[in-house]
Ligand binder design. Structure first.
Ligand code: GLC
Ligand code: CA
Length: 566
């Protein structure tokens, strides 16, 4: 069943619980950052016709859904996460006709299109905000969050912007402050106003009518905020609003919805995605990302990689959502560093470690998300000067850190490791100039390694990272044990090896991976000794696990032992 058919869902009964089958359980999602994907007209900026020209590429990879980061009209203060018209396309990306064409062409290939729903805030150039700031009694005033100066004449309270500095900006016209949890050009909408919610639902329905397959919801855990109590995440009405949204918009449609929720815990994940909740299909949780950040300085001062911690977080989420709710599975996105640079080894074992990471992630329970370029093992970009960066967050934080006396070199080291532009350098299509991304001058430099790492060469090499991803995507469609099997982790305290099993109706899958460049010898516990078919490996196939095994550098494999036929 795909996302376009309306067949009633069947139920799988296994291990004492039932789960309704959804088309997105067997699909893999591919995230596109339009600005950096393909430029069709030589202006140096990726665009929608560019995306359309790569649908056959995406089909060959096997993805069922593409999620587009924002394509709407925008002054691009935060690359489109600042929207000035929700029902139009940014001219640099194309037109509505280009969009409709993309949706139709994607659909012909059984690929659904997810849009990014950015409704915590708008751009300061949105007509609602232009009206709202005119006067205190303007009919749109209450679409945003305004407060009089605090008792000392300064900011109304201590809320901070994620991009640095206070979350309040004084608007001289009326002498009041407005709230912006991101840049001052991204004023927060007032979700407590039912008119705001009604406008958003109307807009969502307008896109759903155009045939999209669902939404990714930007910082959706912020919409229930209680500003005066300084509560931003998980506010008291958050789940009421999501249930209302479900009822008023996508609830009657067979679509995929995924919320971006940095604050989520396994408990709140069940509120968002539990089967009787009528909220979202799934959320993105970020615990595996933030456990590697400094408690005080966050991502700008990364901690060394710790596999035991990573395993404990990923396994905790697998267990927590094993009977209800659903996990999303991802290593990267447009806000995060490149997976192979973060968790793998780009110096000696680029290909082995990229494949190992894909294997570990894609064989867990949940819906995998691939960020553009991950499928060819694209890496972080070693910018050496702040002038090479484009991201508003990195540029603001650089200024604030340097003003606070932090060394610019240390800041750059952090930005090289975790800055958002690592993910935003252009997609590397070929060995042509600028990686084949544009015939003009790209808006941000292409990573210099494009002659080696590019899609064209990956597709012709049977052993490439690309072909490994293609196999993993196909395996998920073929083997229910990958989709629904019960997850169990093993050797939790082992500092170098990740091992887990999946079981479904007597079928047993064992996944094993070495996260280091060293060969590791391992004694296999009795319960894990299996013999069967090697579904995937990044060296030579391994078909059995006896008492002992030696894993090579970054080696990963999966063995499937089928239940005997009755
Ligand atoms: C989300 C987006 C990020 C954006 C922010 C504000 O975290 O993923 O790119 O800057 O929200 O919209
Ligand atoms: Ca262009």
């Amino acid at each position: 069943m795909d996302q376009f058919s309306e067949q009633p869902a069947t139920r799988v009964i296994e291990q004492g619980f039932s789960i309704e089958r959804k088309w997105w359980h067997t699909s893999t999602v591919y995230q596109i950052y339009p600005r950096s994907f393909v430029d069709s007209n030589g202006d140096g900026i990726g665009d929608i016709p560019g995306i359309a020209s790569k649908l056959d590429y995406l089909k060959a990879l096997g993805v069922g859904v593409i999620w587009l980061s924002p394509i709407y009209a925008s002054p691009m203060d935060d690359n489109g996460y600042d929207i000035s018209d929700y029902q139009d396309i940014a001219p640099e990306f194309g037109t509505l006709a280009d969009f409709d064409h993309l949706v139709a062409e994607a659909r012909r290939r059984d690929i659904g299109v997810l849009l990014d729903l950015v409704v915590n805030h708008t751009s300061d150039e949105h007509p609602w905000f232009i009206e709202a700031r005119k006067s205190i009694d303007n009919p749109y005033r209450d679409f945003y969050i305004w407060r009089r100066p605090g008792a000392d004449g300064g900011f109304p309270n201590r809320l901070k912007s994620s991009f640095g500095g206070p979350a309040w900006t004084l608007d001289p016209e009326t002498g009041e402050y407005y709230l912006h949890l991101f840049s001052r050009r991204q004023p927060d909408l007032n979700w407590e106003n039912p008119k705001v919610r009604a406008e958003i639902y109307k807009m969502m329905n307008w896109w759903l009518e155009r045939g999209i397959a669902g939404f990714r919801m930007d910082v959706i855990d912020y919409i229930g905020k209680k500003v005066d109590q300084e509560i931003v995440k998980d506010g008291p009405h958050l789940h009421d609003y999501l249930q209302e949204m479900h009822r008023e918009t996508f609830g009657s449609r067979n679509v995929l919805t995924v919320g971006e929720t940095w604050s989520a815990t396994p408990g709140s994940a069940l509120l968002y995605s539990g089967k009787d909740r009528r909220e979202l299909s799934m959320i993105f949780q970020f615990e595996h990302v933030t456990q590697q950040w400094d408690e005080k300085f966050g991502k700008w001062r990364p901690k060394p990689f710790d596999l035991v911690r990573l395993k404990s977080v990923l396994s905790k989420w697998q267990y927590a959502l094993s009977e209800d709710g659903w996990n999303s599975l991802f290593w990267g996105n447009h806000d995060l560093p490149r997976a192979v640079s973060k968790y793998g080894n780009v110096t000696g074992y680029h290909m082995e470690s990229a494949k190992m990471l894909a294997t570990v992630l894609h064989l867990m329970k949940g819906t995998p998300f691939i960020y553009q370029g991950e499928e060819i093992g694209m890496t972080n970009v070693p910018f050496t000067k702040i002038e090479q960066y484009r991201d508003i967050e990195t540029l603001n934080m650089h200024r604030l850190h340097v003003e606070a006396g932090y060394s610019p070199e240390d800041f750059l080291r952090g930005a090289n490791e975790n800055g958002r532009d690592n993910a935003r350098t252009p997609m590397q299509w070929s060995a042509a100039p600028h990686g084949g991304f544009t015939t003009g001058v790209p808006w941000i430099e292409v990573n210099a390694n494009y002659p080696k790492i590019n899609a064209e060469s990956a597709m012709t090499d049977e052993n490439s990272v690309w072909n490994h991803y293609r196999k993993l995507i196909a395996l998920r469609k073929k083997h229910p044990v990958i989709v629904y099997g019960l997850y169990q982790s093993w050797l939790d305290q082992h500092p170098d090896i990740f091992v887990y099993s999946r079981t479904l109706k007597g079928d047993r899958l064992v996944v094993m991976a070495n996260f280091t460049p060293r060969p590791i010898s391992l004694t296999i516990p009795d319960e894990l000794q299996v013999c069967g078919e090697c579904l995937i490996s990044n060296y030579s196939p391994v078909t059995e696990l006896c008492e002992g095994v030696e894993l090579r550098a970054y080696e990963a494999f999966a063995i499937l032992c089928k239940a005997p036929a009755k």
